[in-house]
Design a protein around this ligand. Structure first.
Ligand SMILES: NC(=O)c1ccc[n+]([C@@H]2O[C@H](COP(=O)([O-])OP(=O)(O)OC[C@H]3O[C@@H](n4cnc5c(N)ncnc54)[C@H](OP(=O)(O)O)[C@@H]3O)[C@@H](O)[C@H]2O)c1
Length: 418
C-alpha cells in the first residue's frame, strides 16, 4: 500500500525563512549528510527538495513513523543546532503520511501549493531534486515510480486546467498590454534603463522578434550588453536628448527617483511626429512626469493600471486550482493501481530467469541426447519454438497476477475507504 510514503516539510506558509534555514541540509557535503540521515532514520529511500521557500524530505519506509520524527531528523541533520532551535523548528514541520503524502507531492509539483499559484518553476526544481537524490544513491524503486507519476500528473494539470495560464508578473502584463496596441516587428522601440526589469522586458521583445530597439542607460556598458545580445543599438543615457529618429514605443524603467521623461524631453524625442505613442513606465516612482502624460496623446501603461488585471488573473488561477484538486483525486486512484502493478512485477521478477533455466535444462540435460542427434535446421527450429514458448510462458503468470491484484484493489476500494 501507499502507507510507506511519507513527507516531512517546512514551507513559507509554516514558518519564517530563518526557521526554514534550520531544516536545510548543509550545502557542503550534502550527499554524505543525507546518506547518513537516511541510514540513521532507517528510511529505505529519500528525496530531498530545497527551494527558496520550501524544504521537503520525501521518504519511504515500512517501519513505524512516530510523531517525534521531525525532532529526530533535525538532530541527525544538524547535530550542532541548539536543542531549543531543534524543537522550535520541529514543531513547525509538517508530517504527511501515506496517500496524503502522495497527494501533497502531486499538489506541490502542480504548483497548487506555491507562493504564486501556477508557477511552473517548481516542476523543474522537483525533477532536478530527484535526479540529484538518485545520483547520491538516496532513492530507489518506490520514489522512482512516484516521481515519474508526479511529473506526469503536473503536466496533465498544466494542460487540462488554466492554473499556469494568464500572466501575473508586471513585466509580462505590461508586455501583453503593449502588444494589444498592434505593433509590427519593425516598430521603433526606445528602452531607457538596462536593469533587471528592463532586461526581462527585453527578453519578451526578443522572443517576439522586435528588431528596431534602441537601449539607453546611465552605465553605457550595461546598455551595450543588453543590446548586443539581441542585435540592437545602445547609447549612454546622456545622449537621449539628441536622439532624433522618433519612436513608436517608449519603455522606461530605472531606479531614478526624479522623473526622467519631462515634457521638454518628450517633445524632442517625438521628432515632430504627433501620432499617439505607447509609453510603458514600470518604475516606482514613475519615470515619466505626470505633466508629460497629461500633455501628449499616449497610451500610458504603468504598474497601477496593471494591478487590476494581475488580481483578476490571480483569481482565475485560484479558481483553476479547485479544478486541479479534482483531477488530483482521480490521479491518486490511478497511482494506487500503478503501485500495485509495480509490486506484482517486482515480486515476479525471478520468473523470466527461472523459465529460461527450464528451457536450458530441457535442451542440455533432459532431452540433451535427442537434441544432439537432430540436424542443425531441426535444432534451430526447436530453439526458436522454445524461445517463443519461453516468452509466452513468462507473460502468462505476470498478466494473471496483475489482474488478480487489480481486482483485489477494486474490491477493497469499494468496501474500505482508503
Ligand atoms: N524588479 C522588479 O520586479 C520590479 C518590478 C516592477 C517595477 N520595478 C521598478 O523598476 C525600477 C527598476 O528596477 P530594477 O529591478 O530594474 O532595478 P536595477 O536592476 O537595480 O536597475 C536599475 C536601473 O536604473 C538605472 N538607474 C538607477 N538610478 C538611476 C538614475 N538616478 N538615473 C538614471 N538611471 C538610473 C540603473 O542604471 P545603471 O546601470 O547605470 O546603474 C539601471 O539601469 C525601480 O523603480 C523598481 O521599483 C521593479
Amino acid at each position: 500500500m501507499l502507507d510507506g510514503y511519507h513527507i516531512l516539510t517546512l514551507t513559507h506558509r509554516d514558518a519564517p525563512l530563518e526557521t526554514l534555514a534550520h531544516a536545510i541540509a548543509p550545502s557542503e557535503g550534502a550527499a554524505h549528510v543525507l546518506q547518513n540521515l537516511k541510514e540513521q532514520m532507517g528510511w529505505s529511500e529519500l528525496l530531498y527538495l530545497a527551494t527558496c521557500n520550501r524544504v521537503t524530505y520525501v521518504f519511504y519506509t515500512q517501519g513505524l513513523v512516530n510523531q517525534n520524527i521531525a525532532e529526530q531528523m533535525l538532530s541527525v541533520l544538524q547535530p550542532e543546532l541548539p536543542e531549543i532551535l531543534v524543537q522550535k523548528t520541529a514543531t513547525k514541520m509538517r508530517l504527511i503520511n501515506g496517500s496524503e503524502a502522495v497527494m501533497h507531492l502531486l499538489e506541490v509539483a502542480s504548483s497548487m501549493d506555491s507562493l504564486v499559484v501556477g508557477e511552473r518553476e517548481i516542476i523543474r526544481q522537483l525533477r532536478q531534486a530527484y535526479e540529484q537524490s538518485r545520483d547520491w544513491d538516496l532513492t530507489g524503486d518506490h520514489l522512482r515510480l512516484l516521481l515519474g507519476f508526479t511529473i506526469e500528473t503536473a503536466k496533465e494539470i498544466y494542460t487540462h486546467t488554466g492554473i499556469g495560464r494568464r500572466a501575473l508578473s508586471v513585466v509580462a502584463l505590461a508586455f501583453g498590454e503593449m502588444l494589444k496596441t498592434g505593433l509590427r516587428p519593425e516598430s521603433r522601440i526606445l528602452m531607457i534603463g538596462a536593469g533587471e526589469t528592463n532586461a526581462l522586458f527585453a527578453k519578451f521583445l526578443a522572443k517576439a522578434k522586435f528588431t528596431n530597439v534602441t537601449v539607453f542607460n546611465r552605465t553605457f556598458e550595461k546598455a551595450q550588453l543588453l543590446a548586443q545580445a539581441n542585435g540592437w543599438r545602445a547609447f549612454p543615457l546622456d545622449e537621449l536628448a539628441y536622439f532624433s529618429e522618433g519612436f513608436d514605443v517608449l519603455v522606461v524603467c530605472t531606479g531614478a527617483t526624479q522623473a526622467i521623461i519631462t515634457p521638454a524631453l518628450y517633445r524632442d524625442l517625438l521628432a515632430d511626429e504627433n501620432g499617439k505613442k505607447v509609453v510603458v513606465d514600470l518604475s516606482i516612482p514613475h519615470n515619466v512626469a505626470r505633466e508629460t502624460v497629461d500633455a501628449f496623446p499616449m497610451q500610458y501603461i504603468e504598474i497601477e493600471s496593471l494591478k487590476e488585471t494581475a488580481n483578476e488573473n490571480l483569481a482565475y488561477r485560484e479558481q483553476e486550482r479547485d479544478r486541479a484538486a479534482g483531477l488530483i483525486q482521480d490521479r491518486i486512484l490511478k497511482f494506487r493501481d500503478r503501485w500495485h502493478e509495480r509490486q506484482v512485477e517486482r515480486s515476479l521478477a525471478h520468473i523470466p530467469e527461472e523459465v529460461k533455466a527450464v528451457k536450458e535444462r530441457a535442451i542440455n540435460e533432459v532431452f540433451g541426447k535427442e537434441f544432439g542427434l537432430l540436424d542443425p535446421a531441426a535444432q534451430d527450429l526447436v530453439q526458436r519454438m522454445l524461445g517463443y514458448m519461453e516468452k509466452k510462458c513468462v507473460a502468462i503468470p505476470i498478466k494473471a497476477a496483475k489482474a488478480i491484484a487489480l481486482h483485489g484493489q477494486k474490491r477493497q476500494a469499494k468496501t474500505v475507504p482508503q
